[in-house]
Write a protein that binds this ligand. Structure first.
Ligand code: URP
Ligand code: ZN
Ligand code: ZN
Length: 467
């Protein structure tokens, strides 16, 4: 048995902050005791990590990533190997990625191919949601089986991307009805894709081909309308609903209204909507392509509303929707036609630091930082308290975080397999110093000690906000 003791740090969870020593045996946290207490003084260990002046926080849980996703005529540039390593560099020790139902195939087939991509390659633990692109009778049965077995207890449906992942309202309602009975959680990409495609066609016909038109055609109203419709469909079905990548203030207002009515409706936003805006999409030349994602970036004013939603718990989770495409050779597929720019932004490495910056700037508290980045995603997707907290019995996924260190984000120093950073040149206060995944040191003092294959697949329970 290996014992690691982390001493003298400020332990921060979603619930509390305390100066405490943390005792780890092999893969688990076994005890906490106040620093300097008699109990802590009696502990011995094979290795003592001095965290004085540092935060000791749970490893981040990023509940929305797309490693190796085939999309937009190409594939997301991070593999499970490069993407999970980059995640760990940024203090994230669990990801939940999306296995895609192949055209004409089953959810089982999608999961099998995602297991094959991930197994033996991940530096950190991982789980899968399933993207449902065709709701058939067989697929409805699979929703039961996968939820029951814990292999995938959450299912993403799309009101956008006709001809790719799109489901009509009837199919959505059927999937929701099924999950109302089996405890699965429907995740929704809420944008009216049918209307958006009309606006895309009209924009291109008018010669509006630049990246900024991606933001103009994917109108805020069409996110709000789809969010409203998804909520009403879930209400009819009697199912819970989790709306992914919320970017528009009016969509958030729909969620807030539903939650005020007591409906089991949840929302996620992403760092790109909190820190970037349509100003980035409108950068000169073809630079804006780097910022093309869906839902799209919104005008700056939306950011304050999203931060407010995070404070008031109308939004519960911040995930990255990490879906990187290189500028050269991938984003460039859309030169002369914004609709051909692959949709997605890199960010799995930056989330914990960007959200800490919000702590530094007084937008959220330290505990809320840990809640939206670690505890709430773990609870939302049935991984708590194994993941998302520092407590006896939890996996020893622990980050020692230096709140006073400074860093400048750059593609020249990041570890994601993508040739640009959406946050290039941004100066941040706070930095990951040491990362443990199930008691294994993955990185320390800027040195990578992790390995592909350390990360294992996680079966999950159902959403823990419903029981
Ligand atoms: O632009 C995005 N978000 N790409 C990834 C696919 C999705 O809709 O989440
Ligand atoms: Zn989506
Ligand atoms: Zn996504």
């Amino acid at each position: 048995m290996t014992r690691i003791l982390i001493t003298g740090g400020l332990v921060i969870t979603a619930a509390e902050e305390l100066l405490a020593d943390v005792l780890i045996e092999d893969q688990q946290i076994v005890a906490l005791a106040s620093t300097g207490s008699e109990v802590a003084a009696g502990w011995t260990a094979d290795r003592v990590i001095d965290a004085t002046g540092r935060y000791v926080i749970p490893g981040g849980v990023d509940a929305h990533t797309h490693m190796e996703l085939p999309f937009g005529g190409t594939s997301a540039s991070d593999t499970f190997e490069t993407g999970t390593r980059a995640a760990a560099w940024g203090g994230t020790t669990t990801i939940v990625d999306f296995a895609v139902q192949p055209v004409g195939g089953s959810l089982r087939a999608g999961l099998d191919s995602w297991h094959a991509k991930a197994e033996g390659n991940c530096a950190i633990d991982y789980a899968f949601h399933t993207i449902v692109s065709d709701v058939t009778e067989e697929v409805l049965k699979e929703l039961d089986l996968l939820t029951e077995s814990g292999e995938s207890t959450s299912f993403k449906l799309f009101m956008a991307y006709p001809g790719v992942f799109y489901s009509d309202d009837g199919k959505i309602l059927r999937a929701m009805q099924r999950c109302a009975g089996n405890g699965g959680l429907i995740m929704m990409h809420a944008e009216n894709g049918i209307a958006i495609d009309v606006l895309v066609e009209q924009a291109l016909a008018a010669g509006h081909t630049d990246p900024r038109y991606h933001g103009e055609v994917r109108r805020e109203l069409l996110e709000a309308e789809a969010t409203h419709r998804a909520i009403k469909l879930a209400q009819v079905a009697g199912s819970p609903l989790y709306v992914v990548h919320v970017s528009a203030a009016s969509a958030l207002a729909e969620l807030a209204t539903a939650r005020d009515q007591g409906l089991p409706v949840f929302g996620e936003t992403c760092p790109q909507y909190l820190f970037l805006s349509t100003d980035d999409l409108a950068r000169p030349g073809f630079e804006g392509a780097k910022y093309v994602c869906s839902t799209p970036l919104r005008p700056r004013e939306h950011q304050a509303e999203l931060w407010k939603g995070l404070r008031t718990d109308d939004l519960q989770v911040v995930s990255t929707d990490h879906c990187p495409f290189c500028f050269v050779g991938q984003k460039e597929l859309g030169r002369g036609d914004f609709s051909k720019i692959p949709n997605g932004l890199p960010g799995v490495e930056n989330r914990m630091d960007l959200l800490h910056q919000a702590v530094v700037e007084g937008r959220i508290s330290r505990r809320r930082w840990i809640e939206i980045a670690c505890a709430a995603p773990a609870r939302m997707f049935g991984l708590y308290p194994r993941k998302g907290t520092i407590a006896p019995g939890a996996d020893a996924d622990v980050v020692v975080y230096d709140p006073g260190a400074t860093q400048t984000i750059s593609a020249t120093t990041h570890h994601m397999n993508v040739d640009y950073s959406a946050y290039e040149g941004r100066r941040l206060t706070g930095r990951v110093e040491l990362v443990l995944s199930r008691g294994n040191v993955l990185l320390e003092e800027g040195r990578w000690l992790g390995r592909a294959g350390h990360g294992g697949f996680l079966r999950r329970g159902t959403c823990q906000y419903l029981s």
